[in-house]
Design a binder for this molecule. Sequence first.
Ligand code: 5CA
Length: 446
Amino acid sequence: MRLSRYFLPVLKENPAEAQIVSHRLMLRAGMIRQQAAGIYSWLPLGLRVLRNIERIVHEEQQRAGHIPLLMPTLQPADLWRESGRYDAYGPEMLRIRDRQDRDMLYGPTNEEMITDIFRAHVTSYRQLPLTLYHIQWKFRDEMRPRFGVMRGREFLMKDGYNFDVDRDAALHAYNRHMVSYLRTYERMGLTAIPMRAASGPIGGDNTHEFLVLAETGESEVFYDDRVAGLKLGAREIDYDDRAQVAAVCEEFTTLYARTDETHDEGIFAAQVPADHRRVARGIEVGQIFYFATKYSEPMGAYVTNEAGERVPVHMGSHGIGVSRLAGAIIEASHDDRGIIWPEGVTPFPVGIVNLKQGDTATDAACEELYAALTARGLEPLYDDTGERAGAKFATMDLIGLPWRLTVGPRGVARGVVELTSRRSGESEELTVAAAVDRVAAVFAGV
Ligand code: 5CA
């Protein structure tokens, strides 16, 4: 992409309405625009990040054996009357009436609708296990939408639903989600700690939230600091292997880690040595629930089990805050000059800064880099505008591409360009071919 033809409305000034750094940087980098309280347009740069987050979520869900579908944003109220949640949900639910006077709602979550799909098509334990998920916009009329996309009213969520014949199978689905979530967040450059939580309007006793530690987080968290050092890394997971998956969950949930809703000062003091106790703040980027037959029983989602009996299916639901993650990643990865994107989600892998636009040799070197990177599937953002070098660097730093190639007449005369890491600030001079190879190598594992 050539910057001269792109739409990147960066702001020079700090927007007054933004209280936290991710919100400020998303506005300044031209990623989002607020259209109403808690409702945002995703401008081109922001959309590229959002799509990358979605792609990672899809890949890790499908690796775990979960199946994508797509349900609508608008739902008939009658489905929610069946579960009893139409009245229970309260003012967070946006209720709508259509021209036929039918009660509708903008979905805050989809337990009822997925249960309806299930009961229409599945009748036997032989069709199980089944986990269906989608990535779809939700609406919750939050009392205090704030912090940009972190607490929106309209927001993008991955929500997945498992259907299993009994409790053990459903707990395996719960564990599978936990492990796939750990890998999802790690691929986004995040450490997200599973913490025992409370279930709220979704229901059930078994629930964990995934928290990214950040001073600006809305949740107060209590944990053993050794839990923050655990990494899933590149280990092979067989998602059908109940024992292996359960062992990983145990590894990540044995050390004390709880949100304020479930925190117990006595257990905290007894279990965690004083020098490992931490009280901090975190951003909730996901939550998993096991709620047994809470929806299947009232809604009639039954299957025949091996013994030939009709039993209500055991279910859980599992959410990832897809749009919130864009903000959470920035909270975890920025400096005073701007965003620092992890390679997995960056809107462009690399930026090209032309220090002397219009100089024949420099322009030619930029074009050569542009073509070679594009041919390798590494679409660069090429700043081919007539801006001063200082302004070009400031924009690149603000929008946070992890790598920058700087091309100027003096380097070109010596046959080199400069490759700079946004994170470390370190630079090296390379030929065009070597620079392309280096960038390709960095992204090969992403
Ligand atoms: N049905 C379940 C799981 S599928 C559910 O709705 N879970 S939830 O309420 O915990 O939401 C899942 C995730 O969506 C949360 O962990 C959070 O990351 C994100 N989320 C929730 N509310 C908002 C909001 N107002 N703005 C942005 N993200 C949100």
